[in-house]
Design a protein around this ligand. Structure first.
Ligand code: PLP
Length: 407
């Protein structure tokens, strides 16, 4: 016992900080749950609050909404993966409390009243609500376009356009946005480009390599990979954009929990193994579904029948991801019978986990999108969204075969 503590009462002894003895050499990242971090002296605290550099040997941590060592490890790991072969040395990442937190924070940080932004007609339902509800309330106007042709983005640009936003492959229609063309358009017109790359995962698609400014992910999906956490990521190689996003992340408070970022790091250690299986299984299942008499249409970028298969080969490497959309002959009712008949595959929203999940977009994940927008973006009533997991391929084919018999 510290001899200086001998005068203290039981309640003070119980609550007083006890330092970790080091060095510890922990191979896995410790979960630093501390909301706040003790300061060496007043000058140390003042420097951290002003975001000035601290003296050698001093802790850079002030308060976990502003930054946390467990989160920092996840952020640096994700940055390396997102940078890929782009050679960008200035990239940095924020891990956020959800994918929606990543998206809303990036949009609120980068758009102001009077600005205009261009979005794809088909996007994730939550993002759709942000652009139809939240952004207009802030005085930001939005134009939605079919993202499969870059000219639609070009034609939508106005003098006050400040953002071009992509989601590729799109949830749930699997429409692709040409990342190199979008990045190039943003650069030549001096407009910030933001891309949600959740569906393909960082293993298959790295928008920074194609000149995109800001990449967002729902890390709840492939990054986490086990359907046991909610998180998001925002990565940018532009320091000014990154700082602005960081400022608003601190104000909006969408910081991730260190418990979550620990799980995230653990998930990432097997991301490449999981993705290899997702890629293989999904391609085989897309081919199986395409040749099945009860299936009307299959949307998978790895199929030659996908209208953007050539683009997919350019910007989805080494595979085409684990997400498939398909329509069963007989429309919504037939589709409903299929999702209620699966046994190995689970009827649930979300995606990107090791277990296969299936859902009906029009009545579940995209029910908040009005019918007209759903129809314009190809979300038919019967469209099923299938997140192909890491199970044995023969078992998956057997399950779908018996479920399709009930269609
Ligand atoms: C493409 C895409 N972006 C963002 C989100 C939102 O992510 P979260 O649920 O982690 O907030 C989702 C959720 O399904 C998604 O599919």
């Amino acid at each position: 016992m510290d001899s200086n503590d001998q005068h203290l009462h039981f309640d003070s002894l119980a609550t007083k900080r006890v330092e970790v003895k080091g060095p510890v050499n922990s191979l896995s990242t410790p979960i630093y749950t501390s909301s706040t971090f003790y300061l060496d002296n007043a000058q140390h605290g003042a420097a951290l609050c002003l975001q000035d550099s601290v003296q050698d040997g001093q802790s850079p941590w002030l308060y976990s909404r502003w930054g946390n060592p467990t989160n920092d490890v996840a952020e640096r790991l994700i940055t390396k993966l997102e940078v890929g072969r782009s050679g960008l040395t200035t990239a940095a990442t924020y891990v956020t409390s959800s994918g929606m937190s990543a998206i809303s924070t990036a949009l609120l940080a980068l758009l102001h009243a009077g600005d205009h932004a261009v979005f794809p007609t088909n996007i994730y339902g939550g993002t759709h609500e942000v652009i139809t509800d939240l952004l207009p309330k802030m005085g930001v106007s939005v134009t939605c376009v079919d993202p499969s042709d870059i000219n639609n983005f070009v034609n939508a640009i106005k003098p006050n356009t400040k953002m071009l936003y992509g989601e590729t492959p799109a949830n749930p229609t699997m429409i692709l946005t040409d990342l190199a063309a979008l990045g190039n358009l943003g650069r030549t017109r001096n407009i910030t480009t933001v891309v949600d790359a959740t569906f393909g995962s960082v293993y298959n698609t790295r928008p920074l390599e194609h000149g995109i400014d800001v990449v967002v992910h729902s890390a709840t999906k492939y990054y986490g990979g086990h359907s046991d956490l909610i998180a998001g990521t925002i990565t940018s190689a532009n320091a000014a954009l990154h700082d602005r996003i960081g400022h608003y992340l601190r104000l909006l408070g969408g910081t991730a929990s260190p418990h979550t970022t620990f799980l995230l790091q653990r998930g990432i250690k097997t991301l490449h193994l999981r993705m290899e299986r997702h890629n293989q299984n999904a391609l085989r299942l897309a081919q199986f579904l395409q040749s099945h008499a009860k299936v009307e249409r299959v949307h998978y970028p790895g199929l030659e029948s996908h209208p953007q298969h050539e683009l997919a080969k350019k910007q989805m490497q080494p595979g085409f991801g684990g997400m498939i959309a398909f329509e069963v002959r007989g429309g919504a009712d037939a589709g409903r019978r299929v999702i209620e008949s699966v046994q190995l595959i689970t009827l649930a929203v979300s995606l990107g986990g090791v277990e296969s999940l299936i859902e009906q977009a029009s009545t579940m994940t995209h029910t908040m999108v009005d019918r007209d927008t759903r129809e314009r973006s190809g979300i038919t009533d019967g469209l099923l969204r299938f997140s192909v997991g890491c199970e044995n391929i023969d078992d998956l084919i057997a399950d779908l075969t018996q479920a399709l018999e009930k269609a």
